[in-house]
Write a protein that binds this ligand. Structure first.
Ligand SMILES: [Zn+2]
Length: 203
């Protein structure tokens, strides 16, 4: 554990250590959370523990789009009201939440679970691109929306996807307008995202 924190008994320091491993939780926040949980009613901590365990036990990935699901296919793939001619390609399942929150996109999704990054040794085979291509082959999909992040990895991934999808003569668009370079979709606000979907451009 980092220096400068109050030394504490083992179960507490262990909890701090584990919380500190979570994204966005630094040593100070981990300490604050740990002491919050220490003071919280037992019922609250029990619900939290159960929620964490149940995510690990009951949740898997959709066999079609790789979104998180508690069944073979996810709620979006199962929904008859969704437009099956459009597939929006995102990096992470939480990007779907952000886009769904805008309420304007009615198509399907495909989650890559990452982005191509030669510098970090992540190639096309390390994300769900093969599965996407299998899905597109002989499908009735008429438009693919590239909604990868607007950072270097996201742009590289979009370029690569555009190159391999174009022979399939499917319209390829990219979320662009309003999203500044370096934006992670998950953190974009509704107005910006809505504008980005509506203003998507041929890619
Ligand atoms: Zn799905």
């Amino acid at each position: 554990m980092d220096q400068g924190l109050t030394p504490t008994v083992e179960p507490v320091s262990k909890l701090i250590q584990e919380l500190n491993k979570l994204p966005g939780v630094g040593p100070k926040s981990a300490q604050r959370l740990a002491y919050h949980l220490l003071r919280a009613p037992e019922e609250q901590t029990r619900l939290l523990t159960e929620a964490i365990l149940s995510v690990k036990q009951k949740i898997s990935l959709c066999s079609v789009c790789f979104n998180v699901t508690d069944a073979d296919t996810c709620l979006i793939c199962r929904n008859d009201q969704r437009d099956r001619s459009q597939i929006c390609i995102v990096e992470q399942p939480q990007d779907i939440l952000a886009l769904e929150h805008t309420g304007i996109y009615k198509g399907l999704y495909h989650v890559l679970h990452g982005a191509i990054s030669p510098t970090e040794g992540v190639g096309a085979d390390d994300v769900r691109i093969k599965e996407l291509m299998n899905r597109l082959q002989g499908s009735s999909v008429s438009e693919v929306i590239l909604a990868t992040n607007t950072n270097l990895e996201g742009e590289q991934t979009a370029m690569y996807l555009s190159k391999i999808i174009s022979p399939l003569s499917i319209r390829i668009t990219r979320l662009a307008q309003g999203l500044p370079f370096g934006t992670e979709l998950e953190y974009a606000d509704d107005v910006t995202l809505t504008r980005a979907i509506e203003g998507r451009q041929e890619f």
